[in-house]
Design a protein around this ligand. Structure first.
Ligand SMILES: [Zn+2]
Ligand SMILES: [Zn+2]
Length: 897
């Protein structure tokens, strides 16, 4: 469906879609813009163009149209008090990390707070009606505009005014009335200044009319009336009509202050401080005309560098003024904006990384650091964070709790960027042409080289305007899981016995059988889910292979003779397995909260896996865990076990659970059902969880962390065992360390023995050698060493196969003998462990004909092994101990025939 088509249709019938009581009562006139033909409503008889094309566009800069002046904090107080006075409930902002939606990393609009996705349907859950919320929203599409345009932010406060038309809520007439009174009564804006422009909204299969309201060309808010579903040819009114009025708080402040940019009145005292520190003349008369031109040109051109060029040209700024005032100001605005966004994101548990939503956070941090480097600004990031939180906590007091955590994360990230610069420099030096946008994305994705760095290094002159939009697209939405389709139509939901009495033996009726799959009317077997592995056991006489849940139907995969439909079967749960898994599941919750208390508020469950004999929990954390971290987490976990805290399980309506416990409950991800099962360990850990749990933490008995590993950027895996598994692990560790001790002792003894041998050899070798060399013909054997002389007198052979001698002895004796007798070949054969080793020496003369290497090769072959060496010295061996005598015979035949 095309927005233009809807608008044409709705604008053709203004009475039905746009004319509200206020317009009648006040006498608003409906006009069509002279330039673009769009319809708008005004009290100003002279106005003939829509706000985009009017002459007074952005004339509030330097000359605000209100009698009152409110900055960011004060503006919210005004908005809040107005709506509360008019029967609205003011609710706290929701986290900027959108834990309740699978398809979004960050909260991008106030209405997202109340949207819950169930299957393909979006439903709305309002904690109050009507309500107003100061919702911080993160948007990364326009990053290159931030700091430059005067009005783009990476995060902003959307004033959400939401109502469901029923006995407590209202519809169009009341909504537009309220918004008009907010502007005129609370903010003191002349009613003639306000223009309502006809527009439409469509998304997710529904659509409706909307009225955007402007003052001096600045869009302050947009009241969307989500009313219909279907398409233009055939649509009907929604069961649940919704008013989604979103207004930018930053713009409310700006219109009353009339500062050159919205940044000047929305960041609190930090802006002035940094401008002073940098020595910029902020009172310069060039600022108002320059930023007014920027704002006007931004409506006309898409290309930001073109907008900037035009503004410079029409205000006649010199290069010197640009470099001294405008460029550093843009940098300061960027730095403050980006830090403000990081404060919210990190406070709500997001970490900069190179994956998922963390990606944009890392980009921003690197932009902050590069901008400071490029402009040679020396700011203290901690100080900026402190001043910002001091200001923001007027509206968002919860930011105080995470002040130190924000500082820690930002300092770690900034440090990492600094240390990665050398690497980047190397990569950049290899570039041989100006990189394209695709190149830039690849350079960032695979090498972490930011375009800001390239700009700083003067590789590129400007960052292409499409860069951040493309990057953001790549990392915007999460993948949806594929659903298996099984023939389950018409089968009623399975009754889950493990949420009740949890019997380990039960009988059930077979409702459906297909392939190896069985569906029962009720089951006590836990199906794979939430990282918990499925139960095992028997259905009739069949072993269970796997169990999965499809919607609310549990499907058992079994092997053996499959029961028939309609039969009643008896079932037995493998209790030992289940108990192991259950302990590990409760342990996962215990370790999660322990890790958070030891490491910091940024720790969230990333994913988890619970088997009977082992489990793992992946948590979000910026660095690998140190031994000290691991020890502390383990101690904290076992402390929770020792305290014997009851594990409480309660069911809540989802909205109630969120309001009562906050979004920390979604550790395991989104819960796609109306009723949530809350598992709480005192007030230490409260999670929405469908798994099985022990009744008291003491039932876990013990937790041992067996291994930890950084598995991806920003995620650390903790592997652990609990209960009997932990005890066995401790025992095994004990045995291992005892074995190690034993081995160490044996090694020590061996070393001593060799020393003794060496000493002995030193003393005995000269004596034995002397006696052997006294043999002048035939043969002689001394201490199991035999000397044989050839009848020809041309060769002598000395050998031993006794295991009383080792390598040290043979090497010593062989060398001694061969030095004295150049015709001698010495051959020592001895067993060492599983092997037979051989060492051969050959004297100077004989080595020329009978190489020691050749002899060893031949002997080793007989022994079933290999060996070799030089003509004078060689060694080798084999494993066949029965061939020792054969080997010597062979050697002898080679030497003395
Ligand atoms: Zn127009
Ligand atoms: Zn759980």
């Amino acid at each position: 469906m095309n927005k233009k088509e809807i608008l044409d249709k709705f604008s053709a019938d203004p009475q039905r879609y746009y004319n509200v009581n206020l317009f009648e009562d006040q006498g608003f006139e409906r006009k069509s813009c002279k330039t673009c033909n769009r319809y708008f409503w005004t009290l100003d008889a002279n106005r003939d163009k829509c706000p985009d094309h009017s002459d007074d566009t952005y004339s509030f800069i330097g000359e605000p149209p209100t009698s009152k002046r409110f900055d960011y904090t004060q503006s919210w107080k005004e908005v809040e008090s107005f709506f509360v006075k008019n029967n609205h409930t003011s609710i706290n902002r929701y986290p900027v990390v959108c834990r309740w939606r699978d398809d979004l990393y960050f909260t991008i609009a106030s209405i997202v707070d109340f949207q819950r996705v169930m299957g393909s349907k979006v439903t709305f859950e309002f904690p109050a009606n009507p309500l107003v919320v100061p919702q911080t929203c993160l948007r990364f599409k326009d990053l290159e505009n931030v700091g430059v345009t005067g009005r783009h932010f990476s995060s902003f406060c959307m004033i959400g005014q939401h109502s469901i038309p029923n006995e407590s809520g209202y519809w169009k007439d009341e909504c537009v009335n309220l918004d008009f009174n907010l502007l005129t009564q609370q903010f003191g804006i002349d009613k003639k200044e306000i223009t309502f422009v006809e527009d439409v909204w469509e998304g997710g299969g529904s659509f409706g009319s909307s009225l955007e309201y402007f003052v001096r060309g600045l869009e302050l808010g947009n009241a969307v009336f989500t009313e219909f579903q279907g398409d233009l040819s055939d649509y009907k009114t929604l069961d649940q009509r919704i008013i989604d009025m979103g207004a930018g708080l930053e713009r409310f402040a700006w219109i009353t202050m009339g500062t050159p940019t919205a940044y000047d009145c929305c960041f609190g005292p930090i802006t002035e401080k940094l401008i002073q520190d940098a020595g910029i003349d902020a009172n310069s008369s060039v600022l108002v005309p320059y930023f007014t031109e920027i704002a006007k040109n931004l409506e006309l051109y898409d290309d930001l560098s073109q907008v900037r060029k035009n503004a410079i040209k029409s205000t006649g700024l010199s290069d010197e003024q640009i470099n001294r005032i405008i460029t550093p100001l843009e940098g300061i605005y960027l730095i403050i904006d980006h830090i403000r966004t990081l404060i919210f994101a990190i406070s709500d548990g997001a970490l900069p990384s190179n994956v998922g939503g963390g990606y944009n956070l890392r980009i921003m941090l690197r932009r902050i650091v590069s901008t400071m480097d490029r402009l040679k600004l020396k700011f203290d990031l901690d100080e900026i964070i402190d001043i910002q939180i001091d200001y923001l906590k007027n509206t968002y007091p919860e930011l105080e709790d995470t002040r130190d955590d924000v500082k820690e994360i930002i300092s770690i990230e900034a440090g990492r960027y600094d240390s990665s610069k050398q690497r980047m420099q190397k990569i950049v030096s290899k570039l041989d042409k100006e990189p394209s946008v695709t190149d830039l994305i690849r350079l960032y994705e695979s090498d972490g080289v930011t375009p800001e760095y390239l700009k700083e290094m003067k590789v590129i002159s400007e960052i292409p305007s499409t860069f951040y939009a493309k990057l953001s697209d790549l990392h915007q939405s999460k993948k949806q899981k594929e659903q298996l389709t099984l023939p389950l139509e018409g089968i009623p939901d399975t009754e889950l016995l493990f949420y009740g009495d949890d019997p380990r033996e039960f009988s059930a009726k077979v409702l459906k059988v297909f392939d190896n799959f069985v569906v029962l009317d009720k089951t006590g077997f836990y199906a794979r889910g939430g990282g918990q592995e499925p139960d095992h056991g028997k259905i009739a006489e069949c072993d269970i292979v796997d169990i999965t849940k499809h919607g609310n139907i549990v499907v058992h995969e079994i092997k053996g003779e499959i029961p028939k439909e309609g039969e009643t079967v008896s079932c037995v749960v493998d209790s030992t397995r289940r108990d192991g898994i259950t302990k590990n599941h409760t342990s996962t919750h215990i370790i999660n909260t322990s890790a958070r208390s030891v490491l910091g508020s940024w720790v969230w469950q990333h994913s988890a896996f619970k088997e009977a004999d082992h489990a793992r929990l992946d948590i979000t954390h910026h660095s690998a865990l140190t031994d000290e971290d691991v020890l502390k987490i383990e101690q904290a976990a076992n402390g929770i076990i020792e305290k014997s805290i009851p594990v409480k399980i309660e069911n809540f309506d989802r909205g109630t659970a969120e309001q009562k416990y906050g979004f920390r409950i979604y550790q395991g991800g989104v819960v796609p059902v109306k009723s949530v099962r809350i598992v709480s360990i005192g007030d230490l850990d409260i999670e929405a969880c469908g798994g099985t749990h022990v009744a008291n933490t003491s039932d876990v008995e013990q937790i041992k962390i067996t291994r930890t590993k950084r598995i991806q950027d920003g995620v650390v895996r903790i592997e652990f065992v609990s209960g009997d598994g932990a005890k066995e692990f401790v025992k095994k560790k004990q045995v291992d360390s005892e074995n190690k001790e034993k081995e160490e002792k044996l090694r020590e003894q061996e070393k001593e023995r060799r020393l003794e041998q060496r000493q002995l050899a030193k003393e005995r070798i000269p004596v034995i050698a002397k006696s052997l060399l006294e043999c002048k013909q035939g043969s002689v054997t001394i201490d199991d060493i035999t000397m044989e002389l050839a009848e020809s007198g041309k060769a002598n052979f000395c050998y031993s196969t006794s295991d009383n001698y080792d390598d040290v002895f043979h090497i010593g004796l062989g060398e001694t003998l061969c030095k004295t007798d150049p015709k001698l070949v010495y051959c020592g054969l001895f067993e060492q462990g599983e092997k037979v080793r051989v060492i051969v020496y050959a004297g100077e003369d004989i080595s020329k004909e009978k190489s020691a290497g050749e002899i060893v090769k031949s002997i080793s072959q007989i022994l079933g092994g290999a060996g070799g060496g030089s003509p004078k010295f060689a060694q080798g061996g084999g494993t066949d101990k029965s061939k020792k005598e054969d080997a010597i015979k062979n050697a002898k035949s080679m030497i003395i025939q």
